[in-house]
Structures are given as structure tokens and as C-alpha cells.
Design a binder for this molecule. Structure first.
Ligand code: SAH
Ligand code: MG
Length: 203
């Protein structure tokens, strides 16, 4: 894997080992259909997924309302003051995403979709070869992503979920509960686990 930019210069929450697994999955899936991620933030995962998509002529849709998750808000552990838009009185990570995509030469591969995930899912109609869920961590947001987007995943497609923490001491539970729900549905088999990333294949 060769990334077009120094990934350490991109703000974000994906470990290089997880990024590598996402890259490999996208390289395999992107020839068969569109890929989509929920939770763009400043484009770190989009660089891994997008670089793989570009290599095989694929497309990545990158969904985010760009107002940040709960834990990204001022006063919370994962707040970055540079993402604060004073005029809006809210976070805005879209300019960072655009800068990342331009620098990485991915503007013809990664399509930012700006809005609330559940709203976009409601009108989405394109089958997906890879779906990466890395959005809000409240139960409401995580479940809405699972319920709204997994019906669009094609047979044989990969469902990737980030921030899966089996031990509650390591982090919040909703992504783990969504992961368990997917396994319990018998529609998925686990392919790989890297840190808090889980890769499942839709059977
Ligand atoms: N994948 C990123 C990290 C994503 S952080 C990386 O590689 O670094 C989670 C993102 O989900 C935040 O940017 C937040 O704005 C977004 N998000 C949270 N809830 C959302 C929702 N309901 N709809 C759209 N985006 C949401
Ligand atoms: Mg995450």
C-alpha cells in the first residue's frame, strides 16, 4: 500500500493498522460496486479507502454532516478547536475533508455527501460493495446507521464497523452492540478484526 500523502498530517481516528485493513478490503470490493463510509471527519479513512478505490477505478461516497459527534464537541475529550466555525457556532470539518481530498488527488474518486446519515440512507438506492460505519456513537445513531444502510449492502459485500469495544472499559458500547446484532442476524460472517475495526462479509 502506498498512500499519496503523509497520513499523519490528516486529523482523524483511524490507526494505520486499521487503515491498511480498510485499504485491502476496498481494493477487493471496489471493482464490484460503489463503496460508502459514514463518518468522514477530516478524511483519514477516506484516504485509505479512496486510494484503494482509485487504484481499481472505483468510487467512495463519504457521508458526514460535518458537525461532529458528541465526543467531538467543545468540552469533550475528542474536541479539536481548529474544527470550530465561530460564525456557525458549530463544528465544520468539511473544509478539512476537501483539503485532504485535494492534497491526496482523490477528488475524482471520493464523493463527499454532506448531511445526516439517516436522512441520506432514506433516499439512497445504489447497491454497495463495501459499507464502513464510523459515524455517531450514540445507540440511536449507530442503530440508525445499521438499519438504514445495511439493506443497501450487496451479497458478498463487506460491512466494516469501527470502535467495536468488547470491554466497556475501552469505550462506548453501541458500535459493539451493532456488530453483535449483525453477527446474530446470520447474514454476515466475520472476516477480520484489527484493533477496534471489524470486517464482516454479507453472505
Ligand atoms: N472516519 C473518520 C472518523 C469519523 S469521526 C476518520 O478516519 O478519522 C465520526 C464522524 O461522524 C464525525 O465527523 C461526525 O460529524 C459524524 N457523524 C456523527 N453522527 C452523524 C450522523 N448522524 N450523520 C452524519 N454524520 C455523523
Ligand atoms: Mg471511529
Amino acid at each position: 500500500m502506498r498512500l499519496p500523502i503523509d497520513i499523519d498530517t490528516v486529523k482523524g481516528f483511524i490507526d494505520p493498522a486499521e487503515g491498511r485493513a480498510l485499504y485491502d478490503a476496498a481494493l477487493d470490493c471496489a471493482t464490484r460496486g460503489a463503496c460508502l463510509e459514514i463518518g468522514a471527519y477530516c478524511g483519514k479513512s477516506a484516504v485509505y479507502l479512496g486510494t484503494a478505490c482509485k487504484a481499481v477505478g472505483g468510487v467512495l461516497f463519504s457521508v458526514d454532516h460535518h458537525r461532529g459527534s458528541e465526543e467531538n464537541q467543545p468540552g469533550w475529550d475528542w474536541h479539536d478547536p481548529e474544527t470550530w466555525d465561530a460564525a456557525a457556532g458549530a463544528m465544520d470539518t468539511l473544509p478539512f475533508l476537501r483539503t485532504t481530498l485535494r492534497r491526496a488527488g482523490l477528488e475524482e474518486t471520493v464523493v463527499p455527501v454532506v448531511g445526516r446519515s439517516a436522512l441520506i440512507a432514506r433516499v439512497w438506492a445504489t447497491p454497495l460493495a463495501l459499507l464502513f460505519i464510523d459515524g455517531g456513537h450514540t445507540m440511536e445513531a449507530a442503530l440508525a446507521d445499521y438499519r438504514g444502510w445495511t439493506p443497501h449492502l450487496a451479497a458478498g459485500g463487506v460491512l466494516a464497523i469501527h470502535d467495536v469495544f468488547p470491554d466497556p472499559a475501552d469505550g462506548g458500547r453501541p458500535p459493539f452492540e451493532v456488530y453483535q446484532r449483525a453477527l446474530a442476524s446470520d447474514l454476515y460472517e466475520e472476516v477480520e478484526a484489527v484493533m477496534s475495526l471489524r470486517l464482516l462479509r454479507r453472505v
